[in-house]
Design a protein around this ligand. Structure first.
Ligand SMILES: C[S@@+](CC[C@H](N)C(=O)[O-])C[C@H]1O[C@@H](n2cnc3c(N)ncnc32)[C@H](O)[C@@H]1O
Length: 626
């Protein structure tokens, strides 16, 4: 007989619970594909379940026609025997569970504890201090959370419970495992959740709670009509007394009271948390948290097989950033990495030097940043950008130069037809007989932006070469624009361009021809790159290609003669509104062996990961340590 054991595979920094943890499925379930987004992977750890057999968990009547024996998950006695067997086998715990009490399913309990571990870890609690927590009103008869938490982490737990019978049984379970030094079981009155439970002379690292979810016996009955039709019936049998799972007002009322009491206790506890049984409750409770004025909060989903529960945590301490924990876990793709090159003076090659440079860039680019962590070996920031300040850098610089030049001219020249801006220059030039191509530069601009920052793909030589050539040609052509303007300004200031010398005509013709041929070449290149892009995207990501093409069109509208301000305004308006982030990412600077590595993990943003790539490119281009 083989059982599928769940192994936690996506968590945890300390690697505790890396051991096989619990059984929750039959071997038949094990063959079923995992649910999408499920944070656990089912490692089919094959184990001989002699102990399970010995305790008659296997109902031979449930053997199918091929003689395959299955586990009877509907049978509360079988569930109880399974849980106690696993606690013994995997954690060395001897646990008694009375027949009329809740049988804890281990994967869910472990999920919650692992999340708690992560929260504590990221809350930067000093390592040397022992971890003290409270298992509020949910120690139950088994005292499951305190037993697991102390066995695996040596945390000290105050476990509270209102039910007399459960309190007695929980105390026996603690004593049976010799854990009195770590766990205190406290009998509390029903009217209080936190205030009457915690010791006012102490501070705690966390509180946790698996509250009664239901407001009535009827709700608790899985076969009742109150259950939505969209939900499949639970596979497991019902265990537990109504006093354990039912509370007036259901979980929302229970947790609401908990939040209100936490607002009074505030900093006495670093992180408050609770499990939530229904997703709909989360929305209500999150607004309660807002009302209570918490400093930060986070939520997560515990997915195990068919059952999903949610975790909600909050803090009143401003230095505990819970959002970062959930965001860190949310990131689906590996972070972007950049190994900072060693400078001439290796003494400057430190995390703090790189960190200060990054802070300066963020300030310069108007990217908000919040330092989450900082020490000699690493620093972590959460960065938020509302607008794109890093694109069009070259264009903006060039525009700025032109402006400055024109301003100098205006200062020097009282001529009526002085150049006021590049658009005027264009029309003046037209009138003057110079042939300025109608809109050469939009194409160039579009190439500048699409070709360089958007079309670029790793590893495709043809692509890289095209981009390099585009960049070179663009530089040349734009340089010519500047030269032409210079030339025009010179001739214009010294008289009418119509009176230009043969030299001026030949220069303008030369210019016009080169720009034209540049444009033709570039449109060809654009096509080449587009088709290379097509090939690249064919089996990959159609959206990406659409995006490239969209950007080409968007950029074709771009007038190179726009003022730097107008350019910026255009960036601002095209890049989303003030309520949404264009980019929200985590940036870290870490010492990894001899290297200093900058990592960027995308969290969210209206422009996807492109914005993060662009900011990283900006850093690469500009980071000079000396
Ligand atoms: C859903 S059970 C959870 C039991 C156990 N922690 C587990 O996860 O299996 C909820 C428990 O909270 C207890 N409880 C309900 N209200 C309480 C309160 N105000 N203070 C303390 N315990 C309470 C119930 O008696 C019950 O044992």
């Amino acid at each position: 007989m083989h059982y599928a054991f769940l192994t936690h595979s996506n968590s945890s920094h300390h690697g505790s619970f890396a051991q096989t943890a619990a059984v929750s499925r039959t071997s038949r379930d094990c063959e079923a594909p995992e649910k999408e987004g499920q944070p656990f992977c089912l490692n089919a750890v094959v184990c001989s379940a002699d102990a399970v057999k010995q305790r008659n968990l296997i109902n031979s009547e449930t053997a199918d026609i091929r003689g395959k024996v299955t586990f009877d998950f509907k049978n509360p006695e079988a569930l109880k025997a399974l849980t106690t067997t696993l606690l013994q086998k995997d954690f060395g715990l001897q646990v008694e569970i009375p027949s009329n009490r809740l049988v804890p399913t281990l994967p869910l309990r472990l999920n919650y504890l692992l999340w708690m571990e992560d929260l504590i870890h990221f809350s930067d609690k000093p390592r040397e201090k022992e971890t003290k927590g409270v298992d509020i009103g949910s120690c139950g008869a088994s005292c499951i959370y305190p037993l697991l938490a102390t066995t695996t982490n040596k945390w000290k737990i105050l476990a509270t419970e209102i039910d007399n019978e459960s309190v007695d049984c929980a105390r026996r379970n603690v004593a049976r495992n010799g854990l009195e030094e770590f766990i205190t079981v406290k009998h509390v009155g029903a009217g209080t959740i936190l205030k009457g439970a915690v010791d006012m002379d102490h501070t705690y690292d966390f509180t946790m709670c698996n509250p009664p979810f239901f407001r009535s016996e009827r709700d608790a009955d899985s076969s009742s009509k109150s259950r939505s039709n969209a939900r499949t019936l639970p596979r497991g049998g019902k265990t537990g007394s109504s006093s354990e799972v039912v509370v007036e007002g259901g979980e929302v009322a229970f947790v609401r009271q908990m939040i209100q009491e936490s607002a009074e206790l505030r900093d006495m506890v670093r992180i408050y948390s609770t499990m939530v049984g229904q997703k709909s409750s989360l929305y209500v409770l999150k607004s309660e948290l807002k009302k209570a004025g918490v400093a930060s909060s986070t939520q997560t989903a515990f997915c195990q097989g068919n059952v999903t529960r949610w975790g909600l945590a909050w803090t009143f301490l401003p230095d505990v950033s819970l959002e970062v924990v959930s965001k860190k876990k949310k990131k689906e793709k590996p972070p972007m990495k950049y190994v900072v090159p060693v400078p001439v003076d290796p003494l400057c090659y430190t995390v703090s030097t790189v960190t200060s440079k990054l802070k300066a860039f963020f300030t310069q680019l108007q990217i908000e940043y919040k330092e989450c962590k900082g020490n000699k070996r690493s620093s972590v920031f959460e960065v938020m950008a509302h607008k794109n300040t890093w694109s069009h850098q070259r264009q903006k610089r060039r525009q700025q130069k032109k402006y400055e030049r024109q301003q100098t001219l205006e200062g020097n020249n009282s001529c009526e037809t002085s150049v006021s801006d590049s658009t005027d220059t264009r029309s003046d030039l037209k009138g003057s007989g110079f042939t300025l191509p109608e809109t050469p530069s939009p194409t160039l601009q579009s190439l500048s932006q699409t070709g360089i920052t958007l079309i670029k793909r790793k590893g495709d030589e043809e692509y890289e070469n095209n981009n390099k050539r585009l960049k070179k040609e663009e530089d040349e052509s734009l340089q010519m624009t500047d030269d032409l303007l210079d030339y025009y300004n010179q001739t214009h200031n010294s008289g009418s361009p119509n009176e230009g010398s043969p030299q001026s005509t030949s220069q303008s013709e030369l210019y016009s021809q080169s720009v034209k041929s540049g444009c033709i070449k570039m449109s060809q290149n654009l096509k080449i790159n587009e088709s290379a892009g097509d090939r690249f995207e064919e089996n990959k990501d159609d959206k990406r290609h659409t995006k490239i093409v969209d950007n080409i069109h968007e950029n074709e509208d771009c007038d190179p003669t726009l003022s730097p301000d107008t350019l910026q305004k255009r960036d601002d308006t095209s890049e989303g509104n003030s309520n949404s982030y264009l980019l929200n990412a985590l940036v870290s600077v870490c010492k990894v062996g001899p290297d200093i590595v900058i990592e960027m993990s995308w969290l969210e943003g209206t422009h996807g990961r492109d914005a993060m790539h662009q900011v990283m490119q900006y850093i690469k281009n500009n980071l000079k340590i000396e």
